[in-house]
Design a protein. Structure first.
Length: 544
């Protein structure tokens, strides 16, 4: 009988519920369980694919092509498993399905209502997340905060499930924030008490409270929360803000969370084997070198927009025993200021993915600076496309070369739509999405990085390298080093006469894991460190 752990949030959102859920998943997997994690997102959008990064942060893409919440990235990185579209559900998807059934006549004669029709569909999806991974433990995280109007059907469905299951097959974990009052220098528990009360209005009594805080939480506060919320003191877990999210599983294990879960769910006695994870965190804490990396994008004030890229860089840095000094660079800054002023002292340049034409010329300036200055460069999706445009314009004699996304009338459309995509005018769900195989060309940097001839990486884009103009680019030294198995689509490009300049049409960040960095990220950082090292050796390192 599978076990279900429901994770809800109280007081405010963004307190790290996703990290707590992912961390518990990791710990339970380390005890030998098969774990699946489901994110329930209360918004009415069908998926976050069409939401602004300002609203939502990054869109995480699963191997089976679902556009999902960034928490799915945490789940995959912490669990080290590939999740599926069954691991992410929104209110929009639930209603879409119920309305489809109603139109089909499945409920003929009935009035469609939140209870039971919507809650039944939610429960069906919770069970699908179990089946997708044949899990013996399913963690279900409800997005947002208890009390949000749009989250109510999810809590109602959870309450029904808890009622139907045996007490030892389910538990509830509530993650809250203890606000700090500067004037009196104290942490307050009242908002936690209120949110537990709100949760109880759905018939859900939490078994564990994870109290997040930026300051140490004393025993007496835990006792107070215990008393007011009817939770054992040992099950009130104080989680202070950690230096790194990767420390959280170790912290929760030390705080006894897996023992509490094991007791309540009557799990067999087992030790959590977190040695590998501990080693990663140890290396993360003790770097022996530094590389300065510029991330060029258009949402740089919002690091969540490039979350998986940031994490993939951390994995690659830890692999090399290095700390990365990340410089977030707005591509529009490179349109008004010379690159040497903005990114003159970096050891590597990563060009982020993106849509639309804002800041594209700044991106091209960054590519040119990397190519001419022999600075290691990783182009991520749009970063590959801009690398090809820059090369076409400034090396291959194609002035005005561009992607037709930005300039439909460019004389040299080196990046364009596939013929079968022309005429598609819906924006939702019309992209090349998810994992595709890629054949690597022997003797290239890409093949060297992966150490394989066939790899699988995840895509999210519409435009492609235009094969009609590719021969001219190749004559001038651009190497197409990765291809779709049918030989029709260029997936990776690189430059021969450069220390390390590689662009991928896919998003390599989605397959990077702690202790298993994505090979392109790993070798990009390796090249950047080499540059940093030789600059230091020749005394050429910038004072910054
Ligand atoms: N806008 C480009 C395309 O649709 C690149 C997308 C991306 O960087 N993810 O092809």
């Amino acid at each position: 009988m599978p076990k279900y752990i429901f994770v809800t949030g109280g007081v405010v959102s963004s307190v790290g519920k996703g990290i707590v859920t992912a961390s518990l998943g990791r710990i339970l997997k380390s005890r030998g369980h098969r774990v699946s994690i489901l994110k329930l997102d209360p918004y009415i959008n069908v998926d976050p694919g069409t939401m602004s990064p300002y609203q939502h942060g990054e869109v995480y893409v699963t191997d089976d092509g679902a556009e999902t919440d960034l928490d799915l990235g945490h789940y995959e990185r912490f669990l080290d498993d590939n999740l599926t579209r069954a691991n992410s559900t929104s209110t929009g998807q639930v209603y879409e399905e119920v309305i489809r059934m109603e139109r089909r006549g499945d409920f003929l004669g009935g009035t469609i209502q939140p209870i039971p029709h919507i809650t039944n569909e939610i429960k069906r999806r919770i069970r699908s997340a179990q089946q997708a991974l044949d899990a013996d433990i399913v963690l279900v995280e409800v997005g947002g905060t208890v009390g949000d109007m749009e989250g109510q059907p999810f809590l109602e469905a959870i309450s029904q499930m808890r009622h139907a299951l045996e007490p030892h097959d389910t538990m509830s974990i509530h993650v809250t924030l203890l606000p700090y009052i500067g004037a009196t220098k104290e942490l307050k528990t009242k908002p936690t008490q209120h949110s537990v009360r709100e949760l109880r209005t759905f018939g859900i009594q939490p078994d564990v409270i994870v109290a997040r805080s930026d300051f140490p939480v004393g025993q007496s506060l835990r006792e107070k929360i215990s008393l007011f919320c009817n939770v054992d003191t040992e099950a009130v877990i104080a989680l202070e803000t950690a230096d790194s999210i990767y420390e959280v599983p170790l912290y929760l294990e030390a705080a006894g969370l897996s023992q509490i879960v094991a007791r309540q769910l009557e799990l067999p006695v087992a030790e959590a084997d977190l040695e590998d994870w501990r080693g990663f965190v140890q290396r993360l804490r003790e770097p022996s070198a530094t590389a300065r990396i510029a991330l060029v994008g258009k949402y740089v004030e919002l690091h969540d927009a490039y979350l998986s890229i940031k994490e993939a860089l951390i994995h690659a840095g830890v692999h090399h025993g290095a700390k990365l000094d990340l410089r977030w660079v707005h591509s529009e800054d490179l349109e008004s200021r010379p690159p040497e002023e903005v990114i003159g002292d970096v050891d590597g340049i990563l060009l982020c993915p993106g849509f639309g034409d804002r800041g594209l010329e700044g991106k091209i300036a960054a590519v040119r600076y990397a190519r001419e200055g022999l600075i290691p460069y990783l182009g991520d999706c749009l970063g590959l496309q801009m690398m090809v445009c820059e090369f076409a314009r400034n090396v291959a004699g194609m002035p005005g070369a561009n992607t037709t996304e930005a300039d439909p009338r460019t004389p040299f459309p080196v990046i364009s739509l596939l013929s079968e995509q022309r005429g598609v005018d819906e924006l939702g769900g019309t992209m090349r999405l998810g994992g595709y195989d890629c054949r690597l060309v022997e003797g290239t940097r890409a093949a060297e990085a992966y150490g394989a001839s066939n790899v699988r990486e995840r895509h999210r884009h519409r435009y492609e390298v235009n094969n009609a103009l590719l021969p001219v680019l190749q004559e001038h030294g651009l190497v197409a080093s990765g291809w779709s198995p049918d030989g029709r689509l260029v997936e990776i490009c690189e430059l021969r006469d450069h220390p390390w300049m590689v662009g991928a049409q896919f998003h390599p960040e989605f397959t990077s894991r702690p202790n298993r960095p994505n090979p392109l990220f790993r070798d990009f950082i390796g090249a950047a460190l080499e540059r940093a090292g030789s600059a230091a050796a020749t005394g050429a390192v910038a004072s910054a």
